[in-house]
Design a protein around this ligand. Structure first.
Ligand code: ZN
Length: 373
């Protein structure tokens, strides 16, 4: 109950890539890069385990950007042919590669990364891949010249990849679709269908992450234009509730999303963002617990996974670590509270002891690996 997880990314160590930067350049020579990335994944896993995160990710340590990291190894996309496009309905400019031919996957893209992470954690493992609509929105296209057609081409490629990742022991495949909060008509017209094609036949849990973007200036400015109540989810949640996707990751912390909209997801697991990634202010465990309790008015605890609003890659590393600890400890506080009301006294004692211990000694630098499953 109340299993914790993160949206996906964590900051990279300064020895691996330039800190606090999106699309950060690598700082390691090409011949040593893969090894350095694997080392960074070990640290990311340990940070999550120590903080008490239940469903962990590789922190996206091996990719420069959450979209282009997947595209780099596909055929049909010319990275030398870069164009500056206004993406997310022109919210910000990005240098994007161009689709110049049929999109195809000749070899696995992230399989080695999933195998590496799988071999180094006993926790449930989640891996993120950009969703078809968000990919289409982060590219220039000279070949398909039709967004749904291009999205379905990517859905096929994602599905090939996802089946191999699931076979390698992945527990949760998450498709990142921030574009779902921008093109709501397209979500109904072809976005859900693209998700279905991307996840068809998968044996693992499937998830979609829909957010209001990283805590960067362009997004913060955009949010100011969205008014007192953000109701984008009101259009997409009923479609997702009727879909075959198992879990939905969404933004709640410090946002203007009316929490009653979460009731539109009845029947799905809800990964509710209770950690704000747009501020360096670190939540206290009590803040997190209070947010979880607010969400619990609309989502039953068995269906609720406390999570971050979005990826933490642009944050300073120490801030992200502290936020992870607040997330883990805050969820334990609520679990202890729920256990106290349960008739099973052993569960009460166990949960209360855990929460107390983690409050007394928040694991810091050099702390031993805690609570391996
Ligand atoms: Zn996000």
């Amino acid at each position: 109950m109340l299993a914790t997880t993160i949206a996906g990314s964590l900051p990279k160590p300064a020895w691996l890539a330039e800190p606090e930067t999106l699309w950060a350049p690598w700082r390691v020579a090409p011949e040593s890069l893969a090894e350095a990335q694997r080392d960074a994944v070990l640290v990311a896993l340990q940070d999550q385990e120590t903080a008490g995160i239940d469903v962990v990710t590789d922190g996206e340590q091996s990719r420069q950007h959450f979209v282009h990291g997947f595209l780099e190894r596909l055929e049909g996309i010319d990275f030398a042919k870069r164009v500056t496009n206004g993406i997310r309905a022109d919210r910000y400019k990005a240098e994007v590669p161009t689709v110049t031919g049929p999109v195809a996957r000749r070899a696995p893209v992230h399989l080695e990364e999933v195998r590496w992470a799988r071999a180094h954690t006993d926790r449930r493992l989640k891996f993120t891949i950009p969703g078809p609509m968000t990919i289409v929105d982060t590219l220039a296209d000279e070949h398909y010249r039709d967004r749904p057609r291009l999205a379905f081409a990517f859905a096929r490629v994602i599905n090939e990849e996802a089946r191999e990742l699931a076979a390698a022991g992945l527990d949760v495949l998450q498709l990142d679709e921030p574009a779902f909060n921008v093109y709501m008509d397209d979500v109904a017209a072809w976005g859900i269908e693209a998700l279905h094609r991307a996840t068809e036949g998968l044996t693992c849990t499937t998830a979609v992450h829909i957010c209001y973007g990283y805590g960067i200036k362009a997004n913060v400015d955009w949010k100011k234009t969205l008014g007192a109540e953000w109701r984008q989810y009101e259009r997409t949640f009923p479609l997702l509730a009727a879909s075959r996707i198992d879990q939905v990751s969404l933004e709640c912390a410090n946002s203007h999303v009316p929490l009653e909209l979460l009731e539109l997801l009845r029947g799905k697991d809800v990964m509710a963002g209770v950690i704000d990634v747009a501020t360096h202010d670190v939540e206290t465990p009590e803040d997190v617990a209070a947010r979880i309790r607010q969400v619990m008015r609309h989502v039953e605890p068995a269906r609720l996974l406390p999570c971050t609003n979005c990826g933490m890659v642009p944050l300073p590393r120490e801030v992200a670590r502290a936020k992870l600890r607040a997330l883990g400890t805050g969820a334990r506080l609520v679990r202890a509270d729920l256990a106290q009301r349960s008739p099973d006294r052993r569960a009460v004692v166990r949960a209360a002891g855990e929460a107390e211990a983690s409050l007394r000694e928040p694991p810091g630098e050099g702390a031993p690996m805690a609570n391996k499953k």
